[in-house]
Design a protein around this ligand. Structure first.
Ligand code: AMP
Ligand code: ZN
Length: 481
């Protein structure tokens, strides 16, 4: 079955055929590093993770690039109010971003270029646009893209340009562009840019890049003028991605990204989760409420990436239960005894369902990454495993059957990453519990040494309250849960 993606550029589902057989160049717009990401942002980065993982599952050699937007209005304003240079201001948010990726089990991209490290390339690209008559500089030293000179402007977003009031200079605009619809490629430096070190020397004087030029330059520097897939959240279709196309194709004369994939928003009570609305949760907020990353992954997987998803705590709870069910089936099979001797009478049992499960999983993912159907395939398989073990009883399974079953869990989880993330959480819980119990047992021993038996008993009760029983033996105190 072919792999099919919905391409925003054509507004159709298309078979995915990469430029070069077996290889994929993937660029995803990354975070603006001025605050911790909220879980709406993380939904988009998670979507990119599933896309990346599934392309690799399909055997593609993927070059995955995600930028860090470290210079634009918000990072500059943040640095200014903190009274520190731009790079000092963004550094902890970059760390936070990576910490969140790790906690959610989002695998790393191959490269994370930063806008501030690509200024030279931006100047070059803008010069090329000037050379082709697609850009003009204004007296203050800013440079604009002249969209009236780029015929295909609007082909991605299908934006109605006439609705965006055309006309001469606008008095209330903070820059002096010729047409309201034109966008800034380069912005003349203001004192607040200089104050935080966000200004560079250029042929037009000192200034800093517009946001859109950053992604045109970083994507093409890493992946070439034409590459396979460009992705991001739906709010980036216009103007960000439309402008990226205009700049890149305008300057190179070659097609830019071939497939455009856009992830829908995470909502809260029907509204987009956004920092500006104040209706957001960070991963840290959720972890304080003891919500596990595996539940968040599960919640995200339950809806298609092109559907809006309403964030609710009930949804997360249901996710936790479902993850538990999958783990139980996997653990049951994993821990079941195995024999090398063939077991002819039951031989085909799990083999057949294993093949079907993998087939159903791939068919769902091939259909524009239908993760909710993919999850159903995994659940159906888990039920078959339970039924098989119930019917088989405690005797050993053949090694081949056991392997066939375990392979399904492992293969599917390479893409969905819920079992692996849940396993890692369990280890952390175990570690924390172990440390706590050891500390309490020591405190109890101290109390007994001090002949404070009331306190020692109170600690024993406290341990019992968390299901821990202690037993004093000749070799010392033993405990179990
Ligand atoms: P930003 O850090 O603001 O540049 O955003 C990073 C990514 O998060 C972009 O791809 C946005 O489209 C995406 N995004 C922002 N808000 C949401 C949301 N509520 N749900 C899903 N993705 C979002
Ligand atoms: Zn971008």
């Amino acid at each position: 079955m072919p792999l099919v993606f919905y391409n925003t550029l054509s507004r159709r589902e298309e078979e995915f055929v990469p430029l070069e057989k077996g290889r994929v160049g993937l660029y995803v717009c990354g975070p603006t590093v001025y605050a911790p990401p909220h879980i709406g942002n993380l939904r988009t980065f998670f979507f990119a993770d599933v896309l990346h993982r599934y392309l690799e599952y399909r055997g593609y050699d993927v070059t995955f690039v995600m930028n860090l937007t470290d210079v634009e209005d918000k990072t500059i304003a943040g640095a200014r109010s903190a009274g520190v240079p731009l790079d000092e201001y963004t550094a902890p948010y970059i760390d936070l971003f990576f910490a969140d990726l790790d906690a959610l089990g989002i695998e790393r991209a191959d490269r994370y270029p930063r806008a501030t490290q690509h200024i030279e390339g931006m100047v070059e690209l803008i010069r090329a646009l000037e050379g082709r008559g697609l850009a003009y500089a204004t007296e203050d030293g800013s440079v604009y893209f002249d969209i009236s000179r780029f015929e295909e402007y609007g082909k991605l977003s299908r934006v109605d340009l006439d609705a965006a009031r055309p006309g001469g200079r606008v008095a209330d605009d903070e820059y002096e562009k010729e047409d309201v619809r034109d966008f800034a490629l380069w912005k003349a430096a203001k004192p607040e840019d200089e104050a935080v070190g966000a200004a560079w020397d250029t042929p037009w004087g000192r200034g800093r890049p517009g946001w859109h030029i950053e992604c045109s330059v970083m994507s093409m520097a890493e992946l070439g003028a034409t590459f396979d897939i460009h992705a991001g959240g739906v709010d980036l279709i216009f103007p960000h991605h439309e402008d990226e196309i205009a700049q890149s194709e305008g300057a190179t004369g070659k097609p830019f990204a071939r497939y455009w994939l856009h992830g829908e928003h995470l909502l809260v009570e029907g509204e987009k989760m956004a920092k500006s609305r104040g209706n957001f949760f960070t991963l840290g907020d959720l972890r304080q409420r003891e919500i596990r990353p595996s539940s968040i992954r599960y919640l995200f997987l339950q809806s298609h990436y092109r559907s809006k998803l309403n964030f609710t705590f009930e949804g997360l709870e249901a996710g936790a239960v479902a993850v538990g069910r999958l783990r139980t089936a996997r653990d049951r099979l994993r821990d079941h005894p195995v024999t090398r001797a063939p077991d002819p009478e039951s031989e085909p049992a799990l083999h057949e369902v294993a093949d079907r499960a993998l087939g159903d999983f791939a068919a769902a993912m091939d259909a524009d990454l239908n993760t909710s159907v993919a999850l159903s395939a995994l659940h159906a398989f888990a039920r078959k495993v339970n039924a098989r073990l119930d019917e088989h009883g405690p005797g050993p399974l053949s090694e081949a059957e056991h392997e066939a079953g375990m392979r399904v869990f492992a293969r599917i989880d390479r893409v969905l990453g819920i079992l692996s993330v849940a396993d890692a959480e369990e280890e952390v819980v175990d570690d924390n519990l172990q440390r706590w119990v050891e500390e309490r047992i020591e405190a109890r021993a101290r109390a007994r040494r001090d002949r404070d038996f009331d306190r020692a008993d109170a600690i024993r009760d406290e341990l019992a309250g968390r299901g821990v029983t202690v037993e004093d033996t000749a070799e010392g105190t033993r405990w179990s849960v």
